[in-house]
Design a protein around this ligand. Structure first.
Ligand code: SF4
Ligand code: SF4
Length: 499
């Protein structure tokens, strides 16, 4: 192409000695990168996104995907990424879209926090020999408990949801991901005793049997919201914001709105599903309170109501308002949170890191004396069991994982979810791609990950001399900062290592 400004990002190299012409790579690639030309497999490097489907499925190991070997003159200000973005926009005007989380080199606070361990005076605990409790209850708790003369609890309890481990799956709608991907998450949630989240795409009829372990969302587009949907769930969630795109709405392009997606969302097939940036009935905390109580009323006060927001500058004050408005769970999504589709400029430059948000929110709720009135779910790039433990030590009750839950399904974080061509059958509605994701096998792999993280969490607790995750919650004394400045340490409420 004569007027091309961009070069490929990756190069596909085929070893023709090894290739047996099975053509699995041609049919496997959702982006149509590979084809056969005169009996040889050839690649259009411009189409390759490094999703690795061909590499993983080539039976003879004949394919290698490399970074395109192109040198750019170094410039600390005009980075290669900024130059490429300008070339892309010069070639085709519009906002640049992206998928998955913020990949900018902001400091990752979790990587500058270390946990404590018992030595000599307090004994550590061996989780192989002693019981360890990861069970977590989400919902509004009373400030104190009262018992009658027979020792029976007489304090009325608000509805609670039990998690076997303090991890839930982040909201990912049917439409943004395939039904098979959502099924895998629902089955894994049931298996692990945790929650999956419908996102704002409604609840597909096949997934009603998994309603008992689902959080259903009521978002600004109100897609698929009806009484049966609300009452099928374990938790009802009002989605105000998302970490990857705070302050803006959502857009599922018409081509992804298949007949089944349209039925679940209750919109005509083939039409764009546009979620407005604000809820058009929420302009104040009082309005939010009305919606929270409308949802409680609609579900006979039998389920906790969660409110999800993106972590932004005054997240602590906003969250306190949400709790006063009646939220039983506050879900805070940090700026590294994943997404199916977001403008790159928003994803990379708006919001704050989840670590700072957790500490600020936990502090504020404690100062106001309302910490027990709501559980905190923290999300926005929880990458390992260590991140889970650190988030809980900072003050979260549980964490939500999105990208982390898609990795076991094959996701390579290629960041091209918004194209709908995901070769792994995750972020796509193309039947020839979705059918290759086996929900049973997917659920098994996701469950394995959750089980592994839970085992690691027990080891971490044992090293800390604790036998219940509850004892770690908000226990910032068990964290130390390495290489963090004083202001960050102060916000986190964490001492520097060595003190
Ligand atoms: S999958 Fe491997 S063996 Fe099969 S055609 Fe492609 S490169 Fe050749
Ligand atoms: S879900 Fe698919 S398209 Fe999205 S990042 Fe993962 S592999 Fe790429």
């Amino acid at each position: 192409m004569k007027d091309r400004l961009l070069t490929p990002e990756f190069r596909v190299v085929v070893d023709h000695q090894r290739c047996t012409q099975c053509h699995r790579c041609i049919t496997g690639c959702g982006w149509g990168t590979l084809s056969c030309n005169n009996g040889r497999i050839v690649a259009d490097d411009f189409k390759c996104v490094a999703c690795h489907y061909c590499v993983t499925h080539c039976p003879t190991g004949a394919i290698v995907v490399e970074e395109f070997p192109l040198a750019f003159k170094p410039h600390a200000n005009w980075t290669v990424g900024l130059r490429k973005n300008a070339w892309r926009q010069a070639q085709s005007p519009g906002m640049l879209l992206t998928g998955m989380g913020n990949d900018q080199a902001y400091p990752i606070v979790f990587d500058h926090l270390v946990l404590d361990a018992c030595q000599v005076t307090n004994p550590s605990i061996d989780p192989l020999r002693e019981p360890m409790e990861l069970r977590t209850y989400l919902g509004r708790k009373p400030n104190s408990l009262a018992f009658d003369s027979l020792g029976r609890l007489i304090t009325p309890l608000e509805p609670q949801v039990k998690l076997e481990t303090p991890i839930v799956f982040a909201a990912m709608s049917y439409g943004s991901i395939s039904l098979n991907a959502q099924k895998a998450l629902a089955m894994a949630a049931e298996e692990c005793g945790i929650l999956w989240n419908t996102g704002e795409g409604g609840l597909h009829k096949d997934l009603y049997p998994y309603g008992h372990c689902a959080t259903v969302q009521c978002a600004s587009g109100r897609f698929g919201v009806h009484s049966g949907y609300l009452n099928a769930a374990a938790v009802v969630e009002i989605k105000i914001g998302q970490g990857a795109k705070p302050g803006i709405g959502g857009h599922l392009p018409g081509e992804k709105v298949s007949v089944e997606v349209s039925e679940t969302r209750m919109i005509p097939p083939g039409t764009d599903a546009l979620s407005p940036a604000p809820h058009h009935d929420i302009y104040s905390i009082e309005d939010l309170r009305q919606l929270i109580y409308a949802l409680k009323e609609a579900t006979d006060y039998s389920k906790p109501v969660s409110v999800k927001i993106a972590a932004v500058h005054n997240v602590a004050a906003i969250t306190a308002g949400m709790v006063y408005a009646g939220a039983d769970i506050v879900y805070i999504d940090g700026f590294r949170g994943g997404t199916g589709a977001a403008p790159t400029i928003i994803r990379d430059h708006i919001g704050i890191p989840i670590e700072l948000a957790i500490a600020a929110v936990d502090d504020r709720l404690r100062q106001e004396g309302i910490r027990s009135q709501a559980s905190i779910i923290a999300a926005g790039s929880i990458r390992s069991s260590a991140d889970v433990a650190k988030a809980i030590a900072l003050g979260a009750d549980a964490v939500a994982i999105g990208t982390g839950a898609l990795l076991p399904l094959g996701c390579r974080v290629c960041q091209k979810c918004y194209t709908g061509n995901c070769s792994w059958g995750i972020a796509t509605q193309r039947p020839e791609l979705t059918r290759r994701l086996d929900p049973v096998l997917g659920a098994e792999r996701v469950s394995n990950l959750i089980e592994s993280w839970s085992l690691e969490l027990k080891e971490i607790l044992g090293a800390l001399g604790l036998n219940a995750i509850e004892s770690l919650r908000g226990s910032r004394e068990r964290l130390r900062g390495v290489g963090l400045d004083n202001t960050t340490l102060e916000i986190l409420g964490v001492k520097p290592a060595g003190r």
